[in-house]
Every structure is written in structure tokens, then in C-alpha cells.
Design a protein around this ligand. Structure first.
Ligand code: G6P
Length: 604
């Protein structure tokens, strides 16, 4: 999604803005731009495509000035083009925007009636034009921005910069996050703390409805009612150095390969001997129902957790995609725990689903990677996944870390509900502690997976099959592959094969079967035979016992170490990620920023 930065600095600001935008690249974007005020004069540069195009433009057409704003755009209204790229400018005003102005059509009509001319197809341009109009009517810059903000409906983060004012930025947050950074005689604003990491670690997060009037010497924050608001500055721990590729070709590769260490750290944060160290008061004994809601990869983590909570803790679970959940007005019986899973903690649909449950559910839990995010802050209890900053748009380590926390919660629920003895818990935790080592062993299978991926890269369609805990993972494997390699991939429960997808099988469609040698293995082998009998090429991901039992007709086999049955979703996620990664590399796609996708989806 769109990324925003703003700087009131003491040095030339254009390179600082571009560097900050580079740190927001992970969010996904299709064009970029900056505006500065130099000797009172507002000017801007914009370019379609990657940031390098903007940097090249700035070499030929530099922008001087020590104050400015910048933006990476993920198109919603109007195609990616220079004209539609931000900052949008109208007379003395430039704005950058993340989100959607839902009433922009009505505002456009109103502005058109007043004689305004439109240059772009964007919703954002109405914000610049409206502010220009109010300034022309005689309001000062701050009043004009305030009045404009009061007219806007929808979700947005906005930053305004003005001609003639090189010591003024106005920032506003409604729905989309914004962070203010405090420097030495400088002040910054950004979509998140990552953007500002090399500049400062002192951050103030704006709350819903806040607006901030920034100068180099003052940060004046007002709440939605216009009252002065005292928002604390925090020292955040995102150090600049961690947001690099550490020698890997892509962030995604780094994030896949660091999973053994990341999981070990996450376990350290949650395990205390034979105990799961969760906040006091978190008890599932009286829960009658659990509702799990998320989007994308986080949703497949929820789908996996459903199996755990139901089988281990006997707790009925409903799972749903946030964009469906929020609008179908689901009844939420009392004694329901509602749990929201989100890497970013900012996904608009997940946040809206949380708000829907606010006064209905018994309590609101969230599992997030960003502790300061909106979803974390609006939950009764937010459990961090401790994955560290994830930059690759396709989620990898966040997925396994989400699964880890969800599994720990399921174990806790099993104990609380009298379905698991202390000894059984100790045994389960010992298995979990062994998982980082198994992750390493799984990553050792990389050459076999890479070889299979190069063949998969030649195909147009791929099917993923799994049963039980492997069924949600089949979905995650298919999602990963399509996200970054653009190969069409679909997942089915193995038992569903005969109910339709078998019609797709021929020798050009690889079928990835994820099947450890568990209680359901023989049934999956039968489904595999049905595929192979029709010329289908099976890539079997299994363990040594599974490989032996499957026989020799499969196209390729990836043999993983044996793991406790409940832990297989975490372990089998790694080959699924590697398969997608290598297929994308073979196809030469943009692995870390796949086309059309965004890391943090802050619009519906
Ligand atoms: C986007 C990302 C996915 C992610 C999903 C949900 O689609 O590309 O990787 O799973 O949003 O994001 P969240 O931050 O809520 O986990």
C-alpha cells in the first residue's frame, strides 16, 4: 500500500526522502514522487515504476530544499502514471495520501461546480483542490487543511506541504497509520517507524482522528474533537541495520532462511521451563467458542489453528476471511473469544472485523508482528509473534511465527479445559523446542526443492493437495506460488479431488502433495494414485516413512525430517516457501515486490 514520508530537516531533503521511501518499498507500489519547498517555492518530481526511476529523474532535474514530502503509490483510483502519482499539487498545496477518500466523487462534483479543473483520475487530488479553494477563500494554511479534513470520508493518512512555508507540515490520520519522528532540530512523519529508522527511533504514533501541526520546533497534536492531545513519544527498537538483506539476494530468501533462529527466539519469549508464559488472566476454561478472523496468509494460519483448538482443546472454532466476516453480520454469542491475526496489524478489513466484535465478544485477542499497530492497540490482549521486521511482500517467517503463537494458545486452551495433563504439555513443549533444528534440516533440502521449482516454473497451472493439517498449508503453498511467480495455483483438500479438480489433471499440471506419514497418509496416497493414473506429475513432500510407503511412481519427492504430527504445518511451510521462491527466481519476477501486491493492505 502507499507509503508516506515527510521531513522538516536541516539538510537537503530530497535524498533523505528517497531513502525513506526505499524503506517503504516493501509495502508494494507502482510509482513514486517527492515535493519540496525551496526558498519558499513548492515543486515536485514524480516517476512511474521503481524508485530508481525517481532517483534518475532527480539526477537530471534536482529538487533543492530542506523540507518536503514523499510517496510511493499503490494505485487504487486511476492507473499507475506520472500524472496520477503523488504528491498531488493544487496551487500552493501539495499532499500525499494513503487510503481512500470515499466521498471523492461528491467532492469532485462540488469542486467542478466551483470551476476547478482536474488533472488526475485520483481521489487524492480532491484533497489538494479543496485545500487550495479554502486558502483562496481567505483561510490560513492550517485552517484550510482542517476544514478540508472535516469534509473527508473514508480511511486516510495525509500529509500537507505548502508553498511559502518551509517550516510547516500538517499530518492527519483516520484509518491509516502515521508515525511522527522526533529528531535534533528536525521532525519527520512516516507511514511506519521503519521508514524513519535511520533518522530517529523516537516515535509518536498518531491515534484515530488525530491531526498534527508540525514545525521544526513544535509538534502540536489535536484529537478528533480538536482538543490538544498528549501522545507519548516512544523509543522503538527497529534499528536501521536489521532492515537489510544480510547478503541474500532477496529479503524473502533471508526471511525464509532465518526461520530457525527467529522461531527459537519466539519460543524463548513464550516458554518458561514446562510452562507457557502467557499473560495472567488469559484462560480458556469458560470459553464456549473461538472466532478466528484474518486475511491472506494470516487467514491460513487461522485455518490451521482451527484444527489445533478443536482437536487438542475441544473448543469449537469459526474461521473467516475478514472482508466477508465484517459485512455478513455474524451473530457472536456471549462467551466467544474473538481472535484476529495480522502480521502488520493494520489490515483494514481485519481491523474493521475487530471493531465489529468490540462490544459483542467476551474478549478480543490479537496475534500481531507489529506491537504498536492499530489491531494490537484495539485488542484486550495482543500477543506478539516476535518474527522481527518482515520486508518481503510474500509472508514467510511471519506465517510460521503466527502458527507458533496459535499453537501455544491451543495448548494453553487444552490445559485450561482439562484436556491436557502437565506431562503431556511438557512433552509437547519439548517437541516444539526441537522444531528450529528440524527447520534447519528442512532448509538443507533446498537443492531438491530448487530443482523441482525450476520445472514448476515452466508450467502454467499447479495444484496443491493436503488433508487435515496439511489442507490449510496446501492453500498457503498455492498462495505463495501465485503471489510471487504468477503461476496459477489452486489448493484442494485431497478428499475433494474427485469432486471437480481431477478434471484438470494432465501431464502439464504438477500436483504438489503435502503428506507426512500420519494417520491420513494412506488416504492421500490413494488420491495421489488417482492423479498419477491420469498422467499427473506428483511432487510429494513427505518424510522418510512416507517416501517409502508412496512407492516409486512419483515425479519428485522432498523428504523432510519426521516431526510430531501437530507440528507438521510449521515444518512443511518451509518447502512450500522455497518452492515458490525458486520458481519466482527461475521466472525472473520481482520476488520481494511482486506486481500488484502490497505488504500492508490499508484499504478495503
Ligand atoms: C497482504 C499481504 C499478505 C498478508 C495479507 C494480510 O495481502 O501481501 O502477505 O498475508 O495482506 O496481512 P496482515 O498484515 O493482516 O497479516
Amino acid at each position: 500500500m502507499c507509503g508516506i514520508v515527510g521531513v522538516l530537516g536541516t539538510h537537503e531533503v530530497a535524498p533523505i526522502l528517497v531513502e525513506s521511501l526505499r524503506r517503504l518499498e516493501y509495502r508494494g507500489y507502482d510509482s513514486a514522487g517527492i515535493a519540496t519547498v525551496n526558498e519558499g517555492r513548492l515543486d515536485r518530481r514524480r516517476a512511474v515504476g521503481k524508485l530508481v526511476n525517481l532517483s534518475d529523474l532527480l539526477v537530471h532535474e534536482p529538487l533543492a530544499g530542506k523540507s518536503g514530502i514523499g510517496h510511493t503509490r499503490w494505485a487504487t483510483h486511476g492507473a499507475p502514471s506520472e500524472v496520477n502519482a503523488h504528491p498531488h499539487k493544487a496551487g500552493p498545496v501539495a499532499v500525499v495520501h494513503n487510503g481512500i477518500i470515499e466521498n471523492y466523487k461528491a467532492l469532485r462534483d462540488e469542486l467542478r461546480a466551483m470551476g476547478a479543473a482536474f488533472e488526475t483520475e485520483t481521489d487524492t487530488e480532491t484533497v489538494a483542490l479543496l485545500t487550495q479553494y479554502y486558502i483562496a477563500e481567505g483561510l490560513n494554511r492550517v485552517e484550510a487543511a482542517e476544514k478540508t479534513l472535516s469534509r473527508l470520508e473514508g480511511a486516510f493518512a495525509l500529509v500537507f506541504l505548502f508553498d511559502g512555508e518551509d517550516d510547516l507540515l500538517i499530518a492527519a490520520r483516520k484509518g491509516s497509520p502515521l508515525a511522527i519522528g522526533h529528531g535534533d532540530g528536525e521532525v519527520y512523519v512516516g507511514s511506519d517507524a521503519i521508514a524513519l529508522a535511520p533518522l530517529t527511533d523516537k516515535i509518536t504514533y498518531l491515534e484515530e482522528g488525530d491531526r498534527a501541526i508540525l514545525t521544526r520546533g513544535s509538534v502540536d497534536i489535536r484529537d478528533a474533537e480538536g482538543r490538544r492531545a498528549n501522545r507519548p513519544a516512544k523509543t522503538v527498537s527497529i534499528d536501521a541495520a536489521r532492515v537489510d538483506k544480510s547478503g541474500y539476494k532477496h529479503f524473502m530468501a533471508k526471511e525464509i532462511w532465518e526461520q530457525p533462529t527467529v522461531l527459537a527466539n519466539a519460543l524463548d519469549a513464550y516458554l518458561d521451563g514446562d510452562r507457557i508464559d502467557l499473560p495472567e488472566g488469559l484462560d480458556f476454561a469458560q470459553s464456549e467458542r473461538l472466532t478466528l478472523v484474518a486475511c491472506g496468509t494470516a487467514y491460513f494460519a487461522c485455518l490451521t489453528a482451527k484444527y489445533w483448538f478443536e482437536t487438542l482443546a475441544g473448543l469449537p472454532v469459526e474461521t473467516d476471511i475478514a472482508s466477508e466476516f465484517r459485512y455478513r453480520e455474524p451473530p457472536i454469542p456471549a462467551a466467544t473469544t474473538a481472535l484476529f491475526v495480522s502480521q502488520s496489524g493494520e489490515t483494514a478489513d481485519t481491523l474493521a472485523a475487530l471493531r465489529y466484535c468490540r462490544d459483542k465478544a467476551d474478549r478480543i485477542l490479537s496475534v500481531v508482528n507489529v506491537a504498536e499497530s492499530s489491531i494490537a492497540r484495539e485488542s484486550d490482549l495482543a500477543l506478539p509473534i516476535h518474527a522481527g521486521v518482515e520486508i518481503g511482500v510474500a509472508s514467510t517467517k511471519a506465517f510460521t511465527c503466527q502458527l507458533n503463537v496459535l499453537y501455544l494458545l491451543a495448548l494453553k486452551a487444552a490445559v485450561d479445559r482439562g484436556r491436557m495433563s502437565p506431562d503431556a504439555l511438557a512433552a509437547a513443549l519439548a517437541e516444539l523446542r526441537g522444531l528450529p533444528g528440524l527447520f534447519n534440516a528442512a532448509l538443507d533440502r533446498d537443492p531438491t526443492i530448487a530443482e523441482a521449482a525450476r520445472a514448476v516454473a515452466e508450467t502454467r497451472d499447479v495444484l496443491f493437495l493436503g488433508r487435515g493439517l496439511m489442507y490449510p498449508l496446501a492453500h498457503e503453498g498455492a498462495l505463495k506460488l501465485k503471489e510471487i511467480s504468477y503461476i496459477h495455483a489452486e489448493a484442494y483438500a485431497s478428499g475433494e479431488l474427485k469432486h471437480g479438480p481431477i478434471a484438470l489433471i494432465d501431464k502439464s499440471v504438477p500436483v504438489v502433495v503435502m503428506a507426512p506419514k500420519d494417520a491420513l497418509f494412506d488416504k492421500t496416497v490413494s488420491n495421489m494414485q488417482e492423479v498419477m493414473a491420469r498422467g499427473g506429475q506428483v511432487l510429494l513432500i513427505t518424510d522418510a516413512a512416507g517416501a517409502e510407503a508412496a512407492g516409486g511412481d512419483v515425479w519428485k519427492t522432498v523428504i523432510l525430517p519426521e516431526a510430531a504430527p501437530q507440528l507438521t504445518p510449521l515444518l512443511y511451510a518451509l518447502p512450500a516457501q522455497l518452492l515458490a521462491y525458486h520458481a519466482a527466481v527461475a521466472k525472473g519476477t520481482d520476488v520481494d515486490q511482486p506486481r500488484n501486491l502490497a505488504k500492508s493492505v490499508t484499504v478495503e
